[in-house]
Design a protein around this ligand. Structure first.
Ligand SMILES: Cc1cc2nc3c(=O)[nH]c(=O)nc-3n(C[C@H](O)[C@H](O)[C@H](O)COP(=O)(O)OP(=O)(O)OC[C@H]3O[C@@H](n4cnc5c(N)ncnc54)[C@H](O)[C@@H]3O)c2cc1C
Length: 386
């Protein structure tokens, strides 16, 4: 294995760095889980797209740069290094985008990908239901075929950024007599369709980007279907592979947190004991290990490999590492950790508390870590189901 970058990759990095340094907003944008913040993030995404950096590994015709996945990793490193805004359309560009590349018709790719790359259309993921979370095969929301339309009935919940999104990609039961994984269909649904109601849900910190979505005889044309009728489970598993195994959480995100953690340690070294020092070092090493492992995954994909059940190992690793890094930061900050950044005695607490609250959800979203452990037990270790 050759871990050095080629001259072309180094040039690509320099170009990305220069553009980001010239264009990343000097002040952080308001949270994308608020209306004001969602609009500011859309404006940022439009700028990113105009500069040609919205989704570097996509073909140019779909709003990308025609780069490969290794260059995407390099871009991500530069993106986090520059402190650029979070991606409001992450469910679109990182999850649905690659799924469309694999399963979409040419017409669907041309229709959806360019507006996804520019975030003119922001996407929400509509899988979970009140009685179908970990047990996703228990999905009950219906898509009943009526000539050249599907008629949607039922409810989805926990749709991240659903309150401000334009579209939802969801799994619906198209064969009412079917059970479990069979008879599910993957549909692309405009949220402004008559019969669709989006209701915001307040999150732990009080913002309302989350949403539950109700369908009361909402009609979508059959062209909104990705892959065949009843093939939704297969498509959704591919999406979940991208989500857990590679794209949703690139290593740069955690390397940047680890770098900030080391900085925080240096600022608070006087009050830190040897155990805390060891915890910081361990977090840093694990973030580097995650990066190396991701380079290995990408090399395998570039040689024609596919993401499989090992995506579950990945998801457990990044979500637990993120939580450990934030817990370590809170220990370093001591009682100050609970102060809001604006409090008079806050003295550089930064966004660690906010980051911690979000890190708590890492072991839950993208499939809980208990479920990932079940997948590893059954599909990687070959253990019996019971
Ligand atoms: C921040 C955040 C963002 C999210 N965004 C989205 C989104 O955009 N779109 C979307 O569709 N969903 C989203 N979700 C929902 C998420 O996918 C579900 O919360 C998750 O799948 C768990 O489902 P549940 O909440 O119904 O919990 P349950 O399935 O009821 O699980 C409750 C507990 O039981 C455990 N458990 C359940 N079954 C088993 C089992 N067989 N073996 C061992 N343990 C088990 C679980 O691990 C968990 O600890 C999001 C969640 C969070 C926290």
């Amino acid at each position: 294995m050759d871990l050095r970058y080629t001259p072309e990759q180094a040039a690509f990095r320099a170009e990305a760095r220069a553009w980001l340094e010239a264009n990343v907003p000097a002040e952080p944008l308001p949270s994308f889980d608020t209306l004001e913040g969602s609009l500011a993030h859309r404006r940022w995404e439009a700028k990113l797209h105009a500069g040609g950096w919205a989704m570097v590994p996509w073909p140019r015709e779909y709003g990308g740069r025609g780069a490969n996945l290794l260059e995407w990793l390099i871009f991500e490193e530069e993106y986090y290094r520059a402190g650029a805004p979070k991606r409001i359309n992450q469910n679109g560009i990182f999850l649905l985008g690659p799924t469309l590349m694999e399963f979409g018709t040419p017409a669907q790719k041309a229709r959806y990908l360019p507006k996804m790359a520019s975030s003119e259309e922001v996407w929400a993921q509509g899988w979970s239901e009140p009685n179908a979370g970990s047990d996703m095969a228990a999905i009950q929301a219906l898509a009943v075929r009526d000539a050249d339309h599907y008629v949607l009935r039922g409810q989805k919940t926990w749709a991240s950024r659903g309150a401000f999104a334009d579209y939802l990609f969801g799994l619906f039961r198209s064969d009412p007599a079917s059970e479990r994984h069979k008879g599910l269909t993957f549909l692309l649904v405009p949220l402004r369709t008559p019969g669709v109601t989006v209701r915001p849900i307040a999150q732990l910190g009080g913002e309302t980007g989350f949403a539950e979505v109700f369908f009361d005889d909402a009609r979508v044309p059959v062209e909104s279907r990705l892959a065949g009728e009843g093939e939704g489970w297969k498509v959704a598993m591919a999406t979940a592979g991208f989500e857990r195994g590679l794209m949703l959480r690139s290593p740069a995100r955690f390397q940047e947190t680890a770098r900030r953690l080391v900085e925080l340690y240096r600022e608070n070294e006087a009050g830190a004991d040897a155990l805390l020092r060891e915890a910081v070092v361990r977090c840093w090493v694990e973030a580097e290990a995650y990066a190396l492992d991701t380079y290995r995954t990408v090399s395998r994909l570039l040689e024609g490999g596919k993401i499989g059940a090992e995506a579950s190992l990945n998801k457990i690793f990044w979500s637990e590492l993120d939580l450990r890094m934030h817990e370590t930061a809170l220990r370093l900050l001591g009682p100050r950790a609970e102060l809001l950044p604006a409090a008079p005695a806050a003295k550089g607490v930064g966004s660690w508390l906010d980051g911690y609250l979000f890190a708590l959800s890492g072991p839950i979203y993208a499939g809980t870590n208990e479920i990932q452990r079940n997948v590893i037990a059954e599909r990687i270790l070959g253990l019996p189901k019971d």
